[in-house]
Design a protein around this ligand. Structure first.
Ligand code: C2E
Ligand code: MG
Ligand code: MG
Ligand code: MG
Length: 278
């Protein structure tokens, strides 16, 4: 009897493993043709200035709709794209699409906004990355000051060469933001070394922080560190009024979250958030 149960458990475990493996394999396979089939779309989420309550920027967030797999969330496929190297062409598409969209809206006469673009370490390590960014800027003629690249703490593992590359990006007028701050590599020493403009507090600390003293303390601490280093702070995952007011009180500069808007397709973002500039 015991033996039989053990056997069933093993089979269950085995089939779950098999399913997970199979899904990953399918994602890998489908990713290879996704760009050519135009299966990607960029969504945009507004970034709000807490002093003026006005929109000042937007983050571009990739969406993948595949015929076989349906909607696959970026948290599931980006890591696979990084492993396989597909993130290089996908990231290139994201960069060009986000810049083209931004300049198109500016040319249509809407108020100029910054566009924040997520960049994987794998992309930064690509020896042609700087060239790609230069080309994208040249092709669109978008001013570098309207571009923010969001990088993650995992760059801390690639010290010296990375600093030079980031410095070169800064020379194009681009801003650099440390995304998911507080979740990754724990050494703070790199904050001084990298030419950063802002920190994004990870949403895991922000969501429901008004009911969680520990997270509140962490958020306060991050803002204090940022001020000390002369960096702007953006809170992501702002879902409630309480969090919004608290963040404003403790000196957070910008906020992003469902309280204002979910990420939206370009056409909806334009209708909801863009106004004629002066
Ligand atoms: P991220 O860069 O930290 O982006 C913020 C994520 O939080 C987005 O998830 C956004 O939809 C979500 N979010 C924003 N406000 C709220 C809120 O109030 N509540 C909650 N619960 N969530 C909120 P999304 O779009 O699923 O993207 C997940 C991650 O995938 C991103 O995290 C980023 O790391 C990665 N990613 C997305 N687009 C790209 C891309 O174009 N390139 C690369 N390399 N990574 C990307
Ligand atoms: Mg981001
Ligand atoms: Mg983030
Ligand atoms: Mg995140």
């Amino acid at each position: 009897y015991v033996k039989e149960r053990g056997k069933n458990n093993f089979q269950l475990f085995n089939s779950e493993m098999h399913q997970e493996f199979y899904r990953k394999m399918m994602i890998e396979k489908q990713l290879r043709t996704a760009l050519d089939n135009e299966e990607f779309e960029l969504y945009y989420q507004p970034i709000i200035d807490l002093k003026t309550n006005e929109i000042v920027g937007m983050e571009s967030l990739i969406r993948w709709n595949n015929e076989t797999l349906g909607q696959v969330p970026p948290d599931e496929f980006i890591s696979i794209a990084e492993e396989t190297g597909m993130i290089i062409p996908i990231g290139h598409w994201v960069l060009n699409t986000a810049l083209e969209q931004n300049i198109r809206w500016q040319k249509e006469g809407y108020q100029p906004l910054t566009v924040s673009i997520n960049v994987s370490v794998r992309q930064l390590l690509d020896p042609t990355f700087l060239e790609k960014v230069k080309n994208a800027i040249e092709n669109t003629a978008l001013d570098g000051s309207y571009i923010v690249l969001e990088i993650t703490e995992s760059i801390a593992m690639y010290a010296e060469a990375m600093i030079e590359k980031l410095d070169a990006l800064k020379e194009l007028g681009i801003s650099l933001s440390m995304d998911d701050f507080g979740t990754g590599y724990s050494s703070l020493s790199y904050l001084n070394k990298y030419p950063l403009d802002s920190l994004k507090i990870d949403k895991s600390f922000v969501i429901g922080m008004n009911r969680d003293d520990e997270n509140k303390a962490i958020v306060k601490m991050i803002i204090a560190i940022a001020k000390e280093l002369d960096l702007k702070v953006i809170a992501e995952g702002v879902e409630g009024q309480e969090e919004y007011h608290f963040l404003d009180e403790i000196g957070c500069d910008f906020a992003q979250g469902y309280l204002f808007s979910r990420p939206l397709p370009a056409i909806d973002f334009k209708e909801k958030w863009l106004r004629a500039g002066d």
